[in-house]
Design a protein around this ligand. Structure first.
Ligand code: WTA
Length: 765
């Protein structure tokens, strides 16, 4: 940049640009080896700012940098572009008090889980469980990439999460339910009570609904204790549950129910959300209708009541289809249903998630491997002990809730808090009041919630007397500034933070720091989890080494017990989506030839702390929730006036990303406000309110390639006021300026640099 090679003089300059070989060596020495011994909050690396006439960097580094121009890199990103967003952060060490009590505090773990001990290293997790029958083969690779874990083993998930704790923890709280209205008391469910209730509901599912092992049930419920109780009742019988996030529409639920072949739906009449009463049962009728259109008959809708003494929905109960579970339960009082001994590879649940097509995919998770992996990772990375009060603010309707509210914590006999509402209701002090009241000491949430709470009440945590030993962030990249507020204000400088990178497909964590062993680095997920061997490849399959300082596709070279088994009913899509890209030999039975493609871009710096940049496919991560752009676009196209639709992400201060929509209209249709309203209504009906776009632009035409493909990358750049890049290859380059003016106004505003995931958005891959 603006540097005089001889003198080192220049204008303001950023650190990352200096990272040539000399820089790497310096980084290695400074970060990697020395980091754990550094003083808390000591800056880990050279602050490189050169102001006019004064050089603060060694001349050798300046010279090194100026020897070559920043090279063009994968995804069109240059080293310099990445560096701009990649200010190195100081390490922060875990406090001694935490280390002393941590579940994972021996340095031999890395060796135990090293590649030479793979796959047997994962016995360590499986041995945390009760097995009815021990397995004979830890990993079966006979049909790649359809791995089998702990083959020959038999176990029951509900037994592991409930029954086995009774001897020691019968009267300990398993779940604490906190209703959203603050005047309602919280409800404590002990392990004994949970045992009773899970058995009774299992008896209803078996005796009344006629369900048995292998059947699928779709559960569309919010954050109330009846949700995990119902899930555990399914697990007790080997019924495969598919929980649909409560905020999804009835139609979204119906499509998922049809795909999974569920003939029973489980609902609740309503619930509290953000100070309002949501009439949830209304969407059951839509779900049933939608499933029917898809060819799936729903013959029973089992309905919980949020308040046991009254029914609080306007939707009538349909005779012989809808039944109140509370009423049926009277016939099954104190029933005991023996847990079905499941094969390790029997499916436990489906979790639908968005992908590159309009159709959500049902990620199918296995029984033994999944439970072993979430139990092991909850123990080691979240440091859950039975004495802890653990509160994860995620929704059970997403994978985080499955793995780290229900299955992982309960398998460890923890006390898991379930909060019905939104964190900032009625004000931003609510989470801290709950934490103080229940003496929560492990806290788990998303960057979006942290940003929201910080914005609404930056000083609130200080007013409350709680003490967290450990905090998790998950779901999206967290800005270092937000991370520091989480650490200093929410954690009061005492809590360890783990930034956990993983996905619905992966069952549990893939990258995070080991809380007692690794120093934390704001904004970076951290090293790979034990037994996970990642690699970053470019589009051609060439490894992007840490010395390259470039982004690439993060992949996991090996199988692990938490990875999904397949996509429900679509094994081809499973192989194509996750394994085809980097498979070296389709005939091979060697796991080394079948790396898992995560569809996230990442950078791997020399200190070994992965930094996740975001999705590289057509998925937008809104407040940590995955939305498929194709799903949104299909919803737009159901509006008769709409000819074409393109969805792009726009940066949002709180939610990370929000969808923004471009539509063009059919010939002869004039742009009208009503069309925009119809599009919004279509999205809310087909997907749910979470998918509501920030803005909808009606444009005369879309920027297109000569082959007619909509250039979403160009639209994303316009929406985020970024450089549109090379548009000369478009079939209609003139449209770009027209659309720009429509979105940004006539005046040309300064361009933003923009984050990497938006620069990569819409890239053909
Ligand atoms: C993103 C949520 C940065 C990522 C568990 C991934 C993250 C997608 C992180 C999966 C993190 C998740 N830092 N990005 N710590 N955790 N992501 O399936 O893009 O809902 O692919 O699973 O969230 O979202 P999903």
């Amino acid at each position: 940049m603006l540097i005089d090679e001889r003198t080192g003089e220049g204008a303001l300059f950023c650190l990352g640009l200096f990272r040539g070989d000399a820089g790497s060596r310096c980084f290695d020495a400074c970060l990697h080896r020395d980091a754990p011994r550094m003083q808390p909050k000591a800056p880990c690396c050279f602050a490189v700012f050169i102001f006019k006439g004064v050089s603060l960097v060694p001349k050798t580094l300046v010279k090194k940098h100026t020897e070559g121009k920043p090279r063009a890199k994968k995804h069109g990103l240059t080293e310099a572009q990445i560096a701009v967003h990649w200010k190195e952060e100081a390490y922060i060490r875990p406090p001694a008090r935490f280390i002393a009590q941590a579940n994972l505090n021996d340095n031999y773990a890395l060796e135990r889980f090293s590649e030479k001990h793979f796959p047997e290293c994962f016995r360590e997790y499986a041995e945390l469980l009760h097995w009815d029958q021990y397995w004979h083969t830890t990993l079966d690779t006979e049909h790649p990439p359809f791995w089998k874990w702990f083959v020959g083993g038999r176990l029951n998930v509900a037994y592991n999460c409930v029954d086995r704790h009774l001897a020691k923890y019968k009267n300990k709280a398993a779940l604490i339910f906190v209703p959203e209205p603050e005047e309602e008391n919280h409800i404590v469910i002990t392990y004994q009570e949970l045992y009773r209730r899970v058995n009774e509901v299992a008896a209803v599912l078996q005796g009344f609904a006629g369900l048995q092992k292998g059947d699928r049930v779709t559960i569309h419920m919010p954050m109330i204790p009846e949700l995990p109780i119902t899930m555990l009742a399914c697990a007790r019988l080997g019924i495969i549950h598919s929980v649909v996030f409560g905020g999804f529409s009835g139609e979204a639920c119906g499509l998922r129910a049809a795909d999974s072949g569920s003939r029973v739906l489980i609902y609740v009449d309503g619930y509290h959300r953000n100070g309002r009463w949501v009439d949830h049962k209304l969407s059951a009728d839509i779900a049933v209708e939608t499933a029917k259109k898809e060819g799936q008959v729903i013959d029973k809708v089992l309905v919980w009541k949020r308040y046991h003494h009254k029914y609080t929905s306007d939707a009538p109960m349909i005779m012989e289809r809808d039944f109140f579970i509370d009423d049926i339960l009277k016939d099954y009082r104190n029933a005991v249903v023996p847990p079905v001994s499941m094969e390790s590879e029997d499916p436990l649940f489906l979790m639908y998630t968005s992908g590159t097509t309009g159709k959500p995919k049902g990620c199918q998770h296995r029984t033994g491997g999944y439970l072993a992996y979430v139990t092991g990772t909850a123990k080691y990375y979240q440091d859950i002990h039975p004495e802890d009060v653990y509160w994860c603010l995620a929704d059970i309707g997403w994978i985080t809730g499955h793995s780290y509210i229900v299955y992982g914590p309960l398998a460890l006999a923890a006390t898991s808090v379930i909060y019905e509402g939104v964190p900032q209701f009625p004000d931003a002090g609510r989470p801290w009041r709950i934490a103080e009241r229940l003496d929560v000491n492990i806290f788990h949430t998303s960057p979006t919630a942290i940003r929201m709470l910080r914005k609404a009440g930056a000083e609130e945590p200080k007013k409350h007397n709680y003490r967290f030993k450990h905090m998790t962030t998950v779901g999206e990249p967290i800005e270092p500034e937000v991370w520091r507020w989480y650490h200093e204000v929410v954690g009061k400088g005492e809590a360890v933070i783990v930034d956990t990178w993983w996905q619905t497909e992966t069952g549990g964590f893939l990258c995070t720091t080991k809380p007692a062993l690794d120093p934390m680095k704001p904004g970076s997920a951290g090293p790979a989890c034990l037994g996970i061997y990642p690699v970053i490849w470019d589009e051609e399959g060439k490894e992007v080494a840490s010395s390259d300082h470039a982004a690439g596709n993060i992949c996991i070279r090996n199988p692990w017990p938490g990875i999904m088994q397949t996509i429900w009913g679509d094994p081809h899509r499973f192989v194509n989506q996750y394994y085809k890209k980097y498979n070296k030999n389709a005939q091979s039975k060697d796991w080394r030839d079948w790396p898992y493609y995560a569809a996230d871009a990442a950078v791997f710096p020399p200190d070994g702390y992965y930094r996740i940049l975001g999705r590289v496919d057509d998925v937008i991560n809104v407040a940590g929730h995955r939305l498929g752009t194709k799903e949104l676009e299909s919803a737009c196209l159901t509006v008769p006036e709409v000819a074409e639709a393109a969805v792009v992400p726009i940066v949002d201060e709180v939610k990370g990303r929000i969808p923004e929509i471009y539509i063009s209209l059919k010939p002869g249709v004039l742009p009208k406000k009503q069309i925009v309203e119809k599009v919004i209504a279509a999205i809310e009906t087909m997907i749910g309110k979470i998918a509501r776009p920030k803005r909808i632009h009606i444009v005369p035409d879309m920027p297109k390639t000569r082959s007619g493909k909509i250039m979403r990358r160009v639209l994303a750049a316009i929406s985020n006021q970024m450089d549109t890049g090379d548009i000369t290859t478009l079939a209609n380059p003139d449209i770009v300026e027209q659309v720009r003016q429509l979105v940004q106004g006539r005046e040309i505003m300064p361009l933003n640099e923009g984050p990497e995931d938006i620069k990569l958005f819409g890239d053909e891959r």
